[in-house]
Design a protein around this ligand. Structure first.
Ligand SMILES: [Zn+2]
Length: 313
């Protein structure tokens, strides 16, 4: 039998058929159309599932399950999507709509949880029973794996590292609170920190790298300038690493997993991110003379969404 993984994103929806050895046999994608009514959006996803099945040369009775990863949260028992801002979904019966169209078991799950599962079955945390995955991009996503399974909480709303409060009087967050961790640890945060620093000290390589247009400063600008040892970039980057180290230490103090996996856009910095993070985080861990979790870079990349979603059931 074969499984299908669906990765729903704000701009596109990816589909993949996996065989029993987790090889992706066939891939297919469609653009996301958020202006469509909800039931039409589900219809397009079902059509995509059928298209990728046909493309793999299979009939639908060879598909044992479909897993769907979304940038939001869902109730595992009912298949209801509670919240998915990018798609414009709020309290919609995704599982029910899907099943009315296609008689194949379907599971729906948060995309960071899906990526965490992908890394634990086919990626860098394979073979471990506990891991935490952190994806660092525009925001902070996270997924917890315990005993080889996603831990999304008793009510499906757990594992939200990005909205753990870091600074009570801190920066406002998109969620309505102040000082959430993602305001300090995301790529967006690194960019904000760099722009604030540049406004105070414009004599920096970072500004030269963007032809003096501060609005063009990206996370990569800071990382590249820090590699070149530009003093201001080094200072901003060190502060950023320190925030990330505190985030990692919080995970260790709470869960003490075997591995903490770092993915997302900022993780492209590779050892320039992970090495100082490894050195720094133990400073903030309570029992830091004990064995510490390993910090590793994610390896599944863009395929994590398909692989992890296919492994949901
Ligand atoms: Zn928040």
């Amino acid at each position: 039998m074969f499984r299908i993984g669906v990765d729903v994103g704000g701009t596109g929806i990816q589909f993949g058929v996996l065989d029993e050895k987790l090889n992706i046999m066939s891939e297919y994608s469609i653009p996301t159309v958020t202006s469509d009514p909800f039931s039409n959006q589900v219809g397009r996803i079902v059509d995509g599932v059928l298209a990728v099945t046909a493309q793999a040369g299979l009939s639908k009775d060879k598909i044992s399950s479909v897993g769907v990863g979304i940038p939001g949260i869902a109730n595992q028992n009912t298949g209801e999507v509670i919240f998915c801002t990018n798609m414009g979904w709020s309290h919609v019966p995704f599982g029910e709509e899907f099943r009315q169209r296609l008689d194949i078991p379907v599971r729906i799950e948060n995309d960071a949880n899906v990526a965490a599962l992908a890394e634990s079955v086919a990626g860098i945390s394979k073979g471990t029973s506990s891991s935490v995955f952190i994806t660092i991009g525009t925001g902070i996503g996270s997924g917890i794996i315990i005993n080889g399974k996603i831990w999304g909480g008793a009510h499906g709303i757990g594992g939200e590292l990005g909205h753990v409060i870091f600074d009570l009087n801190g920066y406002p967050c998109t969620c309505g609170n102040h000082g959430c961790l993602e305001r300090y640890c995301s790529a967006t945060a690194l960019i904000r920190m760099a722009r604030e620093a540049i406004a105070r000290h414009p004599d920096t390589l970072m500004l030269k790298m963007v032809s003096n247009d501060i609005t063009k400063v990206e996370a990569r600008t800071v990382i590249d300038a820090a590699r070149e040892e530009d003093p201001l970039a080094v200072e901003v980057y060190a502060t950023y690493i320190d925030y990330l180290a505190q985030a990692v230490a919080n995970i260790v103090n709470l869960l003490d997993p075997e591995v903490i996996v770092i993915g997302g856009g900022v993780s492209k910095a590779g050892s320039f991110l992970i090495d100082p993070l490894r050195r720094r985080y133990t400073k903030y861990v309570l029992y830091n003379d004990q064995t510490m979790p390993k910090i590793k870079l994610a390896v599944c990349g863009a395929k994590a969404g398909i692989i992890g979603a296919a492994m949901l059931s």
